[in-house]
Write a protein that binds this ligand. Structure first.
Ligand SMILES: Cc1cc2nc3c(=O)[nH]c(=O)nc-3n(C[C@H](O)[C@H](O)[C@H](O)COP(=O)(O)O)c2cc1C
Length: 331
């Protein structure tokens, strides 16, 4: 008690809020709730509920440490009731050698959303070869609930070994949606997408759009760093291009206001979500049901032991509950 009082005296003098900019996104209402929020609102994706509105965004498999990371992530999804998208499962189309890196249904359990992932370039090649049935086989093998399609033309362009798209991604997605009878969601990989791309996606019968917006992990930059430094001058300007989660949410709102004839049943708002307050703000201001997604935020902790990931996830979710109890949106 004595130590605590000493800490208060020292910290109070060095941590006055007057010197820190306030977070104007919220209005703090301290009188209207107790600490315990009974339950966070559930959100359903293709019929499966997330008990907490958080999505573990796709991160890659097929490397030595991937099984450890995916197992930790799937355990957290199971324990806390989150949804999870796998990283690109392309390697499984070639052989089942790496199946155990991705085969997480038994860990995550039957109740939580668990989705496979492929890139638009692979899907284009499969459309051309007439082999899309292999996607269905893969999704069934993994007992996934649906397919995440990632759209990454800048990443492919930057990659020395990258694929080139012959057709606009929207045409490829339409073909895949026509041929495959399973729930699908479409995402970028960290640079987001503009209003016209969103408009085109919102007309399709897909289960969700994941933003994967600009502001967090940036794969154009990651790929640039893999190139010789002599290439950086050429590629660097493109690294700063993209749509943030705020930009994208504004665009979705405008499209809905303009009376677009269709909208996805839900959004996964991701890309640069730094903490539970960012997530809370976005899901509360979304015009349609939404969860928020994080990749690198989870990765930092999932590389270590499950107990470190668990402690972080628990505190993060507690923070979200406190936000629900005491913070209103400053409209
Ligand atoms: C290590 C790593 C691997 C990733 N691999 C994939 C992938 O295979 N497929 C995909 O759709 N997105 C992939 N992503 C992109 C993320 O799903 C996410 O869209 C992006 O990282 C932005 O989220 P963040 O700012 O929370 O990291 C990866 C991200 C990271 C950090």
């Amino acid at each position: 008690m004595e130590d605590r009082k000493k800490d208060h005296i020292n910290l109070a003098l060095t941590n006055r809020t007057g010197t820190i900019e306030k977070d104007a996104r919220f209005i703090y209402e301290p009188l209207l709730s107790g600490h315990s929020v009974p339950k966070l609102p559930e959100v359903k994706l293709a019929g499966k509920a997330m008990k907490v509105p958080i999505w573990i965004s796709s991160m890659t498999g097929g490397s030595g440490i991937a099984r450890h990371i995916n197992t930790n992530l799937a355990m957290a999804a199971n324990e806390f009731g989150l949804g999870m998208g796998l990283g690109s499962c392309r390697i499984l189309l070639e052989s089942e050698k790496h199946l155990s890196d991705f085969d997480m249904r038994k860990v995550i359990g039957d109740e939580q959303p668990f989705w496979a992932n492929l890139g638009i370039a692979q899907l284009e090649q499969m459309v051309e070869k007439g082999t899309l049935n292999e996607v269905t086989d893969m999704v069934n093998l993994l007992r996934c609930d649906g397919l995440v399609i990632h759209i990454n033309p800048l990443q492919e362009w930057f990659q020395p070994e990258g694929d080139r798209l012959a057709n606009p991604p929207i045409e490829i997605i339409k073909e895949v949606v026509n041929q495959l009878h399973m729930p699908m969601l479409v995402k970028e990989v960290g640079q987001g997408m503009g209003r016209e791309s969103l408009r085109a996606l919102m007309k399709l019968p897909i289960a969700a759009i994941e933003f994967a917006a600009f502001g967090g992990t940036n794969f154009a930059r990651v790929e640039m760093m893999r190139r010789p430094s002599t290439d950086h001058e050429l590629f660097e300007p493109m690294v700063y291009v993209g749509q943030t989660a705020s930009d994208m949410l504004d665009d979705v709102k405008k499209l809905i206001e303009q009376g677009e004839d269709c909208k996805p049943p839900m959004l996964i708002i991701s890309g640069g979500i730094k903490n539970y307050l960012d997530g809370y703000y976005f899901i509360k201001t979304s015009p349609i049901p939404a969860v928020y997604g994080m990749a690198s935020g989870f990765l930092k902790h999932a590389r270590d032991s499950y107990s470190s990931l668990r402690d972080w996830a628990k505190s993060h979710i507690d923070g979200l509950k406190v936000a629900h109890a005491y913070l209103k949106i400053n409209e």
